[in-house]
Design a protein around this ligand. Sequence first.
Ligand code: ADP
Ligand code: MG
Length: 638
Amino acid sequence: MTTQKGQIDIKTENIFPIIKKFLYSDHEIFLRELISNAVDATQKLKTLVSTGAFKGELGGLTIHVEVDKKNKTLTVRDRGLGMTGDEVKKYINQIAFSSAEEFVKKFKTKSEAEQHNIIGHFGLGFYSSFMVSEKVEIKTKTYKKGGATKPVRWECDGSPEYLLEDTEKEDRGTEIILHIDKENKEFLEDHKITELLNKYCKFLPVPIQFGMKTEYEPIEGKKDKDGNQETKEVKVPNIINNTHPLWKNKPAAATDEDYKNFYRELYPMTFEEPLFHIHLNVDYPFNLTGILYFPKVKKDYKLQRNKIQLYSNQVFVTDSVEGIVPEFLTLLHGVIDSPDIPLNVSRSYLQSDQSVKKISSYITRKVADKLSEIFKKDRKVFEDKWDDIKIFIEYGMVSEPKFYDKAEKFALLKNTEGKYFTFEEYKKHIETAQKDKENKLVYLYATNQEEQFSYIEAAKERGYDVLIMDGVLDSHFIQNIEQKFENSSFARVDSDSIEKLIKKEDEAPSKLDDKQKEQLKAMFERNINKEQFKVEFENLSESDMPATITQNEFMRRMKDMEAVGGGGMMMGMGGLPDMYDLIVNANNPLIGKLLVEEDEKNQDNLIKQVYDLARLSKNLLKGKELNDFVKRSVNIIE
Ligand code: ADP
Ligand code: MG
């Protein structure tokens, strides 16, 4: 071949400036693209061997990545099938170019947000190298034998002009040499390239070498004076990838230890061990492999999201899998590898894509099946892990009806004594005691065992059971199951007096007449914060406290929702006020005493003491008021 110069076939306009300008934020993907091409070329050659089309020596197939700081070049070199001059013209000048052109066209019509989505996903391919280079060279030698198969060199400086000529090249395969431009000098730094290789290429199926690394090898028969083995420094190839990631194995062939090791490989910075794993493996009706892990979730669970890595044929694509796995499973860790997930489209399209929907429901089902299997096989293990996994399960049950249908058989409720029940078991457990006079089943729960201690005790004294619902998602979860459970309601133990929470019969007649109530009410209101506390009378037993504070279940749920959904939504900027009921026990002797007490000062002192005691047991007494209470109590003792 004589040296040829030519024009890359431009249909619209020069796309190179556009590639540079628009793709600036995500330009690092060029390396992924070049290495994927090198892997493809290597895999294709292997296929040719297996079909007998190539009979030569395969030799080493390691792909090399090299930085030359002096000459400002970054090179990706493979020993794949290479290209002939004609192939370069066809694949690089025409096909690759037209797909890049296609991409740019699509790209320009998208909104900025969507642009961001497609950059990382669309295989802009070979031409992405122009995002970081002032000149790109290709040297390639085909595996084919024969006259017109001399090695060639292609060169293009980012203008639509290219050059193609014969060249010298010993080895089969392709070398892509990027002359990195001024703005992208960072891609000449070893640490940057290491970072990118780790991100995108960690599990590619062909070994990738980035220079050499130092290892310490024991020197045979040599020990120092303390008897420690002496070692020597050796330089070994720095292979950055694991070509056989665990998810590609058959699930039956891997041990628990393998899964744990692989977790550490995926998240070297995480020290916690996963709770358990799920190995995904289907090839029909779509192809998908992967391993999902249930991690130990911290309180700030939102920070732990988006740890699932999505691969397409072992090439890292993204770690933002929203739309592909159901929302609740974005809390899981692990990898999903599927060539069937369309990557060159926007998120909104992904969510409506049929194969993605199938994948999503497949994953949901697998997760539910695995949980069910552990529950059935080893209830003890399941219970031990429950507190850690309940966040996933509750999240799933609240957000995915299909998951709910499976999970209602293994989801657990825990009571304040630390015992676990399935929904069905618990219903049986409380069925006789906790039905109110309308035959409605009342589930009592506490959200803080310490703070609601006296209320829990009051419920237990009446033979009731109290659930502990102190998880981050429990308030949502309660709303959800309350709707599903028939003829049932949930009430926090401190949301009303226990008598009212589970009403057994019509209210006992009051020992106080209306006039006395009026009188008492006025006395109380004189001494309490009327904006915050509403005085109510109730006929409890003599031994019950003279006054207790409750907070209406509905009001509190509204407040909880407000806290989760961002304040100020419902009642202007200030949000909902904290309102409570001060329940005065009409039957407590102390209250009766108030009516016969003549001295107003004594009345006030007594009421203040009763009011403060009630606030104290609800943890509402603080600061100066607490101090006043302590002083007053000391006076009383004296
Ligand atoms: P794609 O990989 O999607 O086909 P690219 O733009 O990345 O698109 O590459 C275009 C074409 O150039 C490839 O299909 C392949 O034929 C050829 N090519 C690129 N890199 C190499 C390589 N390292 N070895 C052999 N052929 C290559
Ligand atoms: Mg490619």
